[in-house]
Ligand binder design. Structure first.
Ligand SMILES: *Cc1c(COP(=O)(O)O)cnc(C)c1O
Length: 825
């Protein structure tokens, strides 16, 4: 080592990435010069930092090339605004994208370090709740891979999604201090900073030219500081930027108090304003009307739009043509304040007329709707907006005034329609953010065919009628780079060997695998890989929970946020039913199963937490019952996040996608599992429907009521008691849950579950779908008994997943929504 260190420090600083020796010297050099640690005593943590800084150098170099090309070509830029980006760890992704894994591994070997161990040192940046944030990350990957000029904007949360442990069978939340050890990937741009204003009042006056102008004065200001993360694409010269804003107290704000001699107050306010980027709200598919959340939304929207306009003005002059050079995608309504904010900037700051500003605005924005659940639709109290963003409230009223004029014209005399379509809910005195986003956007998209249809027919039919062609569908997708290449290297190699490597940037190439489903030797290799991935998952489960599971058993997996609509409870009811059958010897030739359930519950979502607790109680009972032990195991996988997903998904045989029909907008977990060779048991919901169409009815297990049947059943007066009365198995399962069979220390523990199912009317139709689910699970067993038949279908699933790449989603957005072209670079 001594001579190596000497040599490295004497040698050239530039690293030749195609040469393991040069990489090795580069690592030593980064260790000394950037990490500041003696290579002779460095551990994996320090080597991770050295490697990350070295890769960061490449990111920066290449990023500048992209930037120059963008300004040079002046093609339309795409800005993706999202409160959440669930990117997962960066290191392996960059190495794979650059094709550097082998050389780096070799260089580290020579230094006595293991790349996989280093990669584990990186904290998983959990700047998102679940599907919505993960989608944003997949989209950035696909945009960079296919050379679109994409830019992400979000919040640099100091604390991301909480980490979850299970203590006494219950979820415990811990702060996710992901920046604690420093973040080697970020570029802090202290010079890229914008003031974001709150509160204050509006003064309007006539300027010299007699034009009415409004000014927003006496505001409380916070500065937004840019933190840039580079986003690589696979084998692509394009490096995109993800700009995350961090809140800093602005000095003007401090000074006011300071001058009054109140130094301590000034410092106190400094910390208050910095809470804006402190923590991610840990709720998925539900909203909480908190002022801090509203401020977070406005904070990142305002900073992003100021930045977007500044970039535009660097090379263009006329803001009336802004929409010809940019498109801004709103990831759900969280950034919908961008609509009045762009209006404000264009009118109050840049002097455009209202009509000019409005036509630019509605040609610039596009809005993605992510959910139909009423509890997830954002609305803000008028009083709160008036206090926090008085100018924006005025602008929203003006937009609404014009909008309602058009509604009156389109639906004359229809007061009910007018009331329904208004941006203001008069009953609750709240602003409807989805309506604001629809009115202010050129296109509105749903995220799966069914979801878009329901949006158009059930939720916003009048908007659809008034704006024909505005509502479009773009079915979600996932990036095959992370969700196959990175998380399942063995299957990736097998596929590449069989059909070539083009699937990595064109997933439809997987079609060529179809004939191999009939090839016994291929099936054998496919099965061996699945078994190895199951063994890896089994090790992980043992390490995380202490439970030992058999990789030869069927791995039946449901990992996603815990939510009533996702129906983890239905899954558990099947488990309990199976347990009773096993105990009574009523299952002939039982197929051994390991049921894995994982996911976080929002900290205030008590029923979701009860479902976690029930899972753990059921696991404790079943896993310790010798009578069934080799045939059924239940494990709750703690702290589901991207890194855990990368281990879990490749190890699944059966993918549980069992939401009540009409509730899951798309789902992307469903796509990741099928891509890794799991068969799906699912309802006709979200993208499951399209997955079924692609893989074929014979290669998926569909059960339960359809969306139309759910509506119809409820309309006729759904009676949960009736369902249970006619089904002795179901009654027994419920009795076991509610009589303390799994919680003998506290027999009433699950009375709330009984209450939602009965008095609460079983909103998510768990009881209604129970029988169909149980019957379908029996079909799953039957197929699993024939490993060859199972493998054929699993291979066909992989082969037919071509449609579900986020590359296809992005190409559709580019063509049908943004009008964006790939860069020439
Ligand atoms: C894909 C993914 C999700 C979304 O899963 P669904 O099953 O679509 O709800 C949530 N969390 C993580 C960590 C993911 O990787």
């Amino acid at each position: 080592m001594d001579h190596l260190v000497k040599e490295a420090l004497e040698g050239e600083f530039r690293v030749n990435m195609h040469d393991a020796d040069s990489i090795q010297r580069g690592l030593i050099s980064y260790m000394v010069r950037v990490v500041g640690h003696d290579p002779r005593s460095a551990g994996p943590r320090q080597w991770f930092m050295a490697l990350a800084y070295m890769v960061k150098g490449i990111l920066s170099e290449r990023g500048m090339g992209t930037s120059r090309a963008q300004y040079g070509q002046d093609t339309r830029r795409v800005y993706y605004l999202s409160m959440e980006f669930l990117t997962g760890r960066r290191l392996m992704k960059h190495l794979l994208d650059f094709g550097l894994e082998t050389n780096v591994r070799e260089a580290l070997d020579a230094l006595g370090q293991d790349l996989d161990e280093l990669a584990q040192q990186e904290p998983d940046p959990a700047l998102g709740n679940g599907g919505l944030g993960r989608l944003a990350a997949c989209f950035l990957d696909s945009m960079a891979t296919h050379r679109y000029p994409g830019h992400g904007y979000g919040i640099h949360y100091e604390f991301g999604m909480f980490s979850q442990t299970i203590e006494d069978g219950q979820q415990v939340e811990h702060p996710d201090n992901w920046l604690q050890g420093g973040n080697p990937w970020e570029f802090v741009r202290y010079s890229v900073s914008y003031p974001v204003r709150f509160n204050g009042r509006i003064v309007c006056f006539k300027d010299e030219s007699g034009r009415e102008r409004c000014e927003w004065v006496d505001t409380n200001n916070v500065n937004a500081i840019a933190y840039d993360l580079k986003v690589t694409g696979y084998d692509s010269p394009v490096i995109s930027n993800l700009r995350l804003w961090s809140a800093r107290a602005s000095t003007d704000f401090d000074l006011r108090f300071f001058n009054e001699g109140n130094y301590i107050e000034a410092v106190k306010d400094k910390t208050t304003s910095e809470t804006l980027s402190k923590v991610l709200y840990p709720m998925d598919s539900t909203v909480l009307g908190q002022e801090l959340r509203l401020k977070q939304e406005y904070f990142f929207v305002s900073a992003s739009l100021q930045d977007i306009i500044a970039r535009y003005l660097r090379v263009h002059e006329d803001l009336r043509l802004l929409h010809e050079k940019i498109a801004i995608q709103l990831n759900d309504t969280h950034p919908a304040l961008a609509v009045p904010e762009l209006m404000r900037l264009l009118i109050d700051v840049h002097g455009l007329e209202w009509d000019e500003a409005w036509s630019v605005t509605r040609e610039t924005f596009c809005y993605t709707n992510h959910t139909l659940l009423p509890e997830a639709l954002e609305t803000w109290p008028i009083g709160m907006l008036e206090h926090v963003l008085p100018r924006h409230l005025e602008i929203i009223y003006l937009i609404n005034h014009d909008h309602l004029q058009q509604v009156r014209f389109r639906f004359p005399g229809e007061m009910e329609v007018l009331r329904k379509m208004s941006l203001v809910d008069e009953n609750t005195q709240r602003i409807r953010m989805a309506h604001l986003a629809i009115v202010g956007s050129k296109r509105v998209n749903g995220v799966a065919a069914l979801h878009t249809r329901l949006l158009r027919e059930k939720v916003f039919p009048e908007f659809d009628e008034m704006y024909p062609g505005k509502f479009v569908n773009v079915t979600n997708g996932v990036t095959q780079r992370r969700w196959l290449l990175q998380c399942n290297p063995q299957l990736s190699d097998l596929i590449t060997e069989a059909v070539g490597a083009s699937w990595k940037s064109d997933l439809t190439a997987l079609h060529a695998l179809e004939p191999l489903a009939e090839d016994a030797a291929f099936r054998e290799r496919f099965n061996a890989i699945k078994l190895a991935n199951k063994a890896r998952l089994a090790d992980h489960l043992k390490e995380q929970t202490g439970y030992v599971v058999d990789p030869a058993s069927m791995f039946d997996v449901q990992v996603k946020r815990i939510h009533e609509y996702k129906r983890q409870l239905l899954n558990l009811m099947h488990v309990i039913h199976r347990y009773t059958l096993l105990r009574e010897g009523r299952l002939d030739d039982p197929v051994p199963r390991t049921v894995v359930i994982g996911g976080k519950a929002a900290p205030g979502y008590w029923l979701a937490k009860q479902i976690i607790r029930l899972t753990c109680d059921v696991a404790l009972t079943i896993n310790n019952d010798r009578a069934v032990s080799d045939r059924l195991k239940v494990v709750f996988l703690p702290n589901y996040n991207v890194s855990n997903a990368e281990i879990t998904i490749p190890g699944a045989n059966l993918s549980e996608q069992i939401s009540t029909a009409g509730t899951e907008a798309s789902g992307t977990g469903n796509m990741k599992f099928a891509l890794n060779g799991a068969l799906t048991i699912g309802t006709l919901d979200g993208a499951n429907i399209e997955i079924k169409e692609e893989v074929g009815d014979d290669n998926i297990f569909i059960f339960g009521l359809t969306t139309e049947q759910v509506t119809e059943t409820k309309r006729r007066g759904y009676n949960p008691w009736k369902v249970v009365e006619h089904d002795a198995d179901l009654k027994r399962v419920l009795d076991m849950i509610t009589s303390g069979f799994f919680s003998p220390q506290q027999v009433n523990r699950y009375s709330a579950i009984r209450d939602t199912l009965f008095d609460g009317g079983d909103q998510y139709m768990v009881l209604a779908d129970f029988r169909s689910y149980i019957e379908t699970q029996a079909k799953v067993d039957a197929l699993y008994r024939d490993p060859d038949a199972w493998a054929r279908k699993a291979i066909l699933n992989v082969a037919r997943m071509g449609l579900f790449s986020s590359d296809r989603s992005i190409q559709t957005y580019a063509k049908e929504i943004w009008g964006a072209e790939p860069m020439d670079i």
